[in-house]
Design a protein around this ligand. Structure first.
Ligand SMILES: [Zn+2]
Length: 587
């Protein structure tokens, strides 16, 4: 997708009103200068979701989410930033120029691949519905108790028992053989001829999460092998990046608060038909990091359903550490021996399946149960093995509070000291640079109240912004989020642009930033005497930083003394003198 120029984004923002955008989706009630509502992003009984029309931002004091119009649309409709901007642009009548495409050829090909896939999906669907042509596939579906409505939802189709059915159809539509081969729908034969990839197969169109057909899965109607044939990977179809059914599941993921992940198409369809609509299938691959990031856009809990053959594999569980590393909760359902999800539903019914879901275990418990049954936890060597496997998972967790909770739990269950576990965890982190990924997201530390107040004042009052810019450096702010906001504010000030929170939020990546800005601006009472408050904050930040630097230097000096490094000590002392001298001048 081309980049959307900044001016266009600003134009879209200028023409959009936050109350108009939110109120059809979330009923708003006026409350003073603001509007209030029950938050659409977390369950609550009393409204803590606030919308400020004057500042064009929203913030929930219950779950801490917040931002401007774009963030709202992204969260509410599960969109990426450019998609949300495009949607708004269309609504307010701003045209988005298609600019700066990286390679123009690539784009038109993409469009053609989507078009060809859509054409093929329609062709297969039509064949399934055809009374004569589609009969074998319809009989198979009937046998599997798949209802017509479900077939339509998943756009199931049938590729007839012919070598050139689709090929001739596509040729009549004027599509070149090259494109058809690239789309993976036909194959070149030996004598310069072409033939259909899918013949006499039940067809499962595979969509991206936006519902565009990107490829196909297919299944034989009898017992011949191979049972399943899929489209090859193309420019728009990557198995490791797409999940079957997500285009439908996304509508339900928010309400259900979880997404069920299975392996097969048919299982996915059966679950959906039985009311378990928040369900997707990995396309015959293990879950990848891309899959997990995709799921993260729609849910915070991934629920894996295993049949009992797969369940015993600690190795396959290692893949689930990916889920944990992305800060998602991972739950596991194991079906009794001899059942796959499809049989289970058919033979035991929905209530029983729901019961299985309700009894799903957290990855931690599941893995620990599995390991303690596999190893002998009365032997020290075995305990070491269990510990190593468990710590590998815990090390992946980005949330320090969760990590510490699990360490305590592990210590209790294995009767191993917390201290010992922490030492092992640290060793794992130091050693396993390839396995343990360092925390990409810093866990949000409580920000100094002075930093918060100053940012709020800078956002509200340009004069305060100028003053702060004259008195402090970006580096004087300790919190990394604060640093980023201040840097952006300083930039606006030096470019003599006005400071507009909505603009700022739409130009800075990261929910945390938007949440922080909206939280600072919505709700808190008007500050009196802004200049005085700003002066006090600047002063306190300077003093605190000075003290911090002084202590750090003193520590270094002591170390140099202890090491007998005189040259180093003299250098540091000089620096220390300068620091104190400097501070006197300033004070
Ligand atoms: Zn909320």
């Amino acid at each position: 997708m081309g980049l959307i120029p900044d001016e266009v984004i600003d134009e879209v923002l200028a023409r959009t009103d936050i109350v108009e955008l939110i109120s059809p989706r979330v009923p708003l009630r006026r409350s003073g200068a603001n509007f209030k509502a029950l938050c659409p992003f977390h369950r609550e009984k009393t409204p803590s979701f606030m919308v400020s029309p004057s500042k064009q931002i929203w913030h929930c004091f219950g779950c801490g989410m917040g931002g401007g119009v774009v963030n709202f649309l992204m969260k509410y409709e599960n969109l990426e930033f450019p998609e949300a901007v495009r949607m708004l642009a269309q609504k307010v009548g701003v045209r988005i120029p298609e600019t700066r495409e990286i390679s123009p050829g690539a784009k038109s090909k993409r469009k053609s691949l989507y078009e060809i896939n859509e054409l093929a999906a329609k062709y297969f669907q039509k064949n399934l519905e055809d009374p004569k042509e589609g009969r074998p596939a319809r009989e198979y579906l009937k046998q599997r108790a798949i209802e017509d409505e479900t077939c339509r939802r998943f756009r199931l189709g049938y590729a007839p028992h012919r070598w050139d059915g689709f090929f001739n159809y596509a040729k009549r539509e004027g599509i070149s053989c090259d494109f058809l081969v690239q789309a993976g729908l036909i194959l070149p034969g030996k004598e310069g001829n072409y033939y259909d990839r899918f013949r006499n197969k039940l067809i499962f169109p595979i969509c991206d999460f936006q519902g565009r057909v990107i490829g196909f899965g297919s299944r034989v109607l009898d017992q011949t092998l191979p049972k399943y044939i899929n489209s090859p990977e193309t420019d728009i179809f990557r198995k490791g990046r797409n999940l079957y059914g997500l285009n439908l599941a996304r509508e339900y993921a928010r309400d259900r608060t979880y997404v069920i992940v299975l392996e097969g198409y048919m299982d996915c369809i059966t679950l959906y038909q039985n009311g378990f609509k928040s369900v997707v299938a990995s396309l015959g691959t293990a879950l990848t990091a891309d899959h997990v990031r995709l799921l993260k856009r729609f849910t915070n809990t991934v629920c894996m359903v295993y049949d009992s053959d797969q369940a015993g594999e600690a190795a396959s569980l290692r893949g689930l550490d990916l889920v944990v590393a992305e800060d998602l909760r991972c739950k596991i359902v194991t079906l009794p021996s001899g059942f796959d999800p499809d049989d289970y539903l058919r033979r035991k019914g929905r209530e029983s399946f729901q019961d299985q879901l309700d009894r799903a275990l957290d990855l931690f418990d599941y893995k620990l149960n599995l390991l303690t049954s596999k190893y002998d936890s009365s032997k020290v060597e075995d305990i070491a093995k269990i510990t190593a496997e468990m710590l590998a998972t815990i090390a992946r967790m980005t949330n320090a509070v969760l990590r510490s909770g699990y360490i305590k739990e592990l210590s209790k269950r294995l009767a191993v000291d917390v201290e010992a576990l922490l030492i092992e965890l640290r060793r794992l982190k130091d050693r396993g640079a390839t396995y343990y990924q360092p925390e990409i997201k810093e866990s949000p530390s409580p920000m100094r109240s002075e930093e918060k107040t100053l940012i709020r004042l800078m956002l509200e009052d340009k004069d305060v912004g100028l003053k702060v810019k004259d008195s402090l450096e970006v580096e004087d702010f300790r919190d990394s989020r604060a640093k980023r906001i201040v840097q952006a504010l300083f930039k606006s000030i030096s470019e003599q642009k006005s400071i507009d929170p909505a603009h700022l939020m739409s130009h800075m990546d990261g929910d945390e930033i938007s949440q922080m800005i909206s939280g600072l601006l919505v709700g808190p009472d008007e500050l009196m005497n802004r200049k005085k408050v700003a002066d006090d904050c600047i002063e306190r930040i300077r003093e605190a930083n000075l003290k911090h630097r002084r202590l750090a230097l003193q520590r270094k000096i002591r170390l140099a003394e202890a090491a007998g490094d005189d040259a180093q000590r003299m250098e540091l002392l000089a620096e220390f003198q300068k620091l104190i001298g400097g501070s006197k001048e300033k004070l």
